[in-house]
Each structure stands twice: as structure tokens, then as C-alpha cells.
Design a protein around this ligand. Structure first.
Ligand SMILES: [Zn+2]
Length: 265
């Protein structure tokens, strides 16, 4: 009898372990087994959560699924004929100053969607962006592509932390926009951004400069896709932006000539 109980315990442990690896299979595996393990007190088939067990971290909440299509209310156009330029993922000491030089010589302004961690690292670049008449957009603390799928409290903490880093660099500067990393919006992140006074900023033209096409390709993609009022997505951070930088004189001149370039409002 003791041997039988021991065997049942072993079986129960094995079943419990296999249940950990494949959450959906636990019930089916148990169904074909002798009934003894469910009554064996020494080997529970499922781990019992204990209020005193503080050594284990609580499981991370599952990510909310992305909606099948982008939520309504995203800003993609300027609302007027001139287009707007947006630069994401900076500020970067390697690229942002060069982008700023180009914008200055072309006499145009842009919106910089900055990552909070980079804003904290390079506050002088935040100040230069503001000083030269550009505006700022919150692009999350560390460019978490899944941020919009996390609990609302986590989303809010991330956006607040990013705005604080921007404010620490440049007190009193308004952060009028939020752009979700990867454009992976959910209604929840939209609501949090609005609650914090930021408008959700998407885009109409994405030349995918992050994927390292040539400068000529970037300029051509922008040329072909731009329409009156387009918000154009480019990058001044997050990697080597030499091609974007080389494309900028051409695409800025082209957009200026065809539509004009305006600051987002
Ligand atoms: Zn980004």
C-alpha cells in the first residue's frame, strides 16, 4: 500500500510538472490516470498559492491583445496643405545635432518624438530642440513596443516618467503629443495620453528609414507617398541614421516646394 502511495505521488509530481510546461494539457493528462493522486495529501497536483510565499515574484499580467485595426482618433495629417516632419527615437548626440543643423538651414521646424531615457541622458539636446523652435512629443520611456498592451497603471507611469525627464531638461516646455512606439496603439494608451494632455500622433508617410534603405530610396519613398497635410515619420535616433541625414536635404527641399512644411498644432 505504501509503495502504491509513493508511486501515486511520483505520478502526481510528473503530471504537475508537465502541467507547468503545457498549461492546456494538465486536465487531459490527469483524466486518464488512476484517481488516487487527487486524494494523496502529500502531493498536490497543482501548486497552491500561499500568502506567505514572498520569495516568488507575482506572474506578469498577460499582454492585452492588439486591436485588429488602429483605434480611431490618431493624428495623421496637419489639417492644412503644408506637411509636417517628425523625428523619432532620439535625442542622439550622433544624429540629432546634424538634423537640427539641417532644419535650421532650411528654415523649417519639426516635432521630435523623444525616448525618456535618452532625454534624461542628453538634456542639452532637449534644450537645443526647444530653443530652435521645434516641439516635443513623448515616445515612451524606453521604446517599449508592447507598452500599449500593458496594464493602464504601467502605461501611465511610463508616460509620466518620460514627461518628467523632458521637464527636468527643459522646465515648462509643453509636451503636446504622444507617439506609441511601433505605432502599436491600443484604446488604453490613447486614453492615458489624452488624460495626460497629449494628443495621439501617428503618421501618414513612413519611408521605413529604420530599415536602412539608401538615402535615395528614403527621399523617393517620401516623394511618392506625400500628399497635402501628410505627417512624415523619420528617425534621428535608435541606430545609424546616416541615410536619413543624407536624404533630408532632398526630401525637405521637395516637400517645401510642393506643399510647404509647418509646425504641428
Ligand atoms: Zn520609435
Amino acid at each position: 500500500m505504501q509503495a502504491r502511495a509513493a508511486l501515486a505521488s511520483v505520478l502526481a509530481v510528473v503530471l504537475a510538472l508537465s502541467g507547468c510546461a503545457q498549461p492546456d494539457s494538465t486536465i487531459h493528462a490527469a483524466a486518464g490516470s488512476p484517481p488516487v493522486e487527487s486524494t494523496t495529501p502529500t502531493a498536490p497536483t497543482t501548486p497552491t498559492p500561499s500568502p506567505t510565499a514572498t520569495h516568488t515574484k507575482p506572474p506578469k499580467p498577460p499582454l492585452r491583445p492588439l486591436p485588429p485595426k488602429l483605434p480611431a482618433g490618431l493624428r495623421r495629417t496637419t489639417g492644412v496643405k503644408p506637411v509636417a516632419l517628425t523625428f523619432d527615437d532620439g535625442p542622439s548626440p550622433a544624429w540629432t545635432p546634424k538634423v537640427l543643423d539641417q532644419l535650421r538651414s532650411a528654415h523649417v521646424t519639426a516635432t521630435f518624438c523623444v525616448v525618456g531615457l535618452e532625454a534624461q541622458r542628453h538634456p542639452e539636446l532637449i534644450r537645443r530642440i526647444v530653443r530652435e523652435g521645434h516641439q516635443l512629443c513623448n515616445h515612451s520611456w524606453r521604446h517599449d513596443l508592447d507598452l500599449a498592451r500593458r496594464p493602464v497603471a504601467d502605461i501611465k507611469a511610463d508616460l509620466v516618467r518620460t514627461n518628467k525627464a523632458i521637464q527636468a531638461a527643459s522646465p515648462g516646455t509643453p509636451v503636446s503629443f504622444y507617439r506609441q512606439p511601433g505605432g502599436r496603439w491600443t484604446p488604453e494608451v490613447l486614453a492615458v495620453a489624452k488624460e495626460l494632455g497629449m494628443r495621439p500622433l501617428h503618421w501618414a508617410v513612413d519611408p521605413q528609414d529604420w530599415d536602412k534603405p539608401t538615402a535615395a530610396t528614403i527621399a523617393k519613398r517620401v516623394h511618392n507617398a506625400a500628399r497635402p497635410g501628410s505627417i512624415v515619420l523619420l528617425h534621428d535616433g535608435g541606430g545609424n541614421r546616416a541615410a536619413t541625414l543624407a536624404a533630408c536635404p532632398h526630401l525637405i527641399a521637395d516637400l517645401k516646394h510642393r506643399f510647404g512644411i509647418v509646425r504641428l498644432r
